[in-house]
Design a binder for this molecule. Structure first.
Ligand SMILES: NC(=O)c1ccc[n+]([C@@H]2O[C@H](COP(=O)([O-])OP(=O)(O)OC[C@H]3O[C@@H](n4cnc5c(N)ncnc54)[C@H](OP(=O)(O)O)[C@@H]3O)[C@@H](O)[C@H]2O)c1
Length: 332
């Protein structure tokens, strides 16, 4: 099958390779991939930045979510049959959606929303699950609460704004002027142009912050939260709590604990809860998201669709950091 691979970690372009069609075990399906989305984790994996959390064998097919059609099912698969239209984020040990086929555990899959094309459906799994796990599982965001969502125009931000509105929250978000209309159309109540205004000067007493940017922006986010509030970051530093939950050994737990020292101090100073989230695949949660989409409550936001042969250009566009919504690679 055709696949986009890397042969080693580092900032080198993917190459088009002929790879074997994956074997499936009894709990897996073989999916024929129609479209995949690009996520910043693709180039972070390529650069070796996720090595502390997951290690891959080379050559490695990149790509972390997709939509497609079930081509084969394992003997113990109960939920899916050949011909089903599906979408999913495969587990981290088994990525590789920039390819014609992938083997994937049935627990990680959901039926594709009926009202979306394959390209639209591929835009959802990774950012949808990330937002759901942050806002629902960890923050347990309540109706009437106020949340700041950093980088509202990005792939995660465009989904998270819609989810927070659906949960009844008041949403503030940061964006540059070029995306003001986009985030407004998604329901953002307070829009801060980060190029001319500091969010920490304008927002106070927020219940929650969903941080997608990390570093200084994450540190400043502690200033807008009220005591007892929650900050979830997907770009900040993992802390000791995360390391324990993730099953990291003693050495890595110590390392994360030392690296996140400053965040732990801010957590205590402001009396808020800081959580680093490394999202997980989940077919069950994707089915909830499918309902939101089929009922028209959440819509995909797509910036550009690239052909498979232009997959490298798609990654480069993602690396520019300027995408508005999602970048898609059309595989078939
Ligand atoms: N830990 C996890 O499980 C997990 C899961 C998903 C994503 N992530 C991480 O989360 C981050 C965001 O992912 P994404 O898919 O949303 O990325 P993305 O789509 O590439 O984000 C691009 C957007 O970020 C905006 N942006 C850049 N700098 C900004 C700033 N200083 N303030 C406000 N907006 C800014 C840009 O808006 P302008 O053009 O207007 O500047 C652009 O629209 C990535 O680092 C990704 O790796 C982690």
């Amino acid at each position: 099958m055709k696949a986009m691979v890397i042969d080693r970690y580092g900032s080198v372009p993917m190459r088009l390779a002929d790879m074997p069609i994956p074997e499936i075990n009894e709990y897996e399906v073989l999916a024929e991939i129609h479209a995949a989305s690009v996520n910043p984790i693709d180039f972070k994996i390529r650069d070796g930045k996720v090595k502390m959390l997951v290690k891959y064998k080379m050559p490695l097919i990149l790509g972390n979510d997709f939509s497609g059609v079930v081509a084969k099912v394992g003997a113990k698969v109960t939920r899916f049959k050949v011909g089903d239209e599906i979408y999913a984020r495969p587990r981290k040990s088994n990525i590789g959606t920039f390819a014609e086929y992938i083997s994937i555990h049935e627990n990680d899959i959901a039926l594709k929303p009926k009202n979306l094309s394959f390209e639209e459906a591929a835009s959802i799994p990774l950012v949808g699950l990330t937002s759901y796990q942050a806002l629902h599982e960890i923050m347990q965001l309540q109706k009437g609460q106020k949340i700041l969502i950093q980088a509202g125009a990005g792939g995660v931000g465009t989904f998270a704004i819609q989810l927070a509105k659906l949960m009844g929250a008041t949403v503030a978000t940061t964006t540059s002027e070029t995306s003001t209309n986009l985030v407004k159309s998604l329901g953002a109540d307070e829009i801060i142009n980060y190029k001319i205004e500091k969010f920490e000067d304008r927002l106070k007493n927020y219940d929650a912050v969903f941080d997608t940017l990390g570093d200084k922006i994450l540190e400043k986010s502690f200033e807008v939260i009220k005591p007892g509030g929650k900050i979830v970051s997907i770009s900040g530093l993992p802390n000791a709590h995360f390391a324990k939950e993730y099953g990291s050994g003693f050495f890595k737990t110590m390392l994360f604990s030392i690296a996140s020292n400053k965040l732990t101090a801010l957590e205590k100073k402001h009396n808020v809860q800081y959580t680093f989230l490394f999202m997980k695949p989940s077919g069950d949660q994707l089915r909830i998201i499918t309902n939101f989409i089929e009922s028209g409550k959440i819509k995909p936001v797509i910036d550009r669709v690239f052909s498979f042969k232009d997959a490298q250009k798609a990654i480069e566009y993602s690396e520019s950091g300027r995408a508005k919504g999602k970048i898609i690679i059309k595989v078939r």
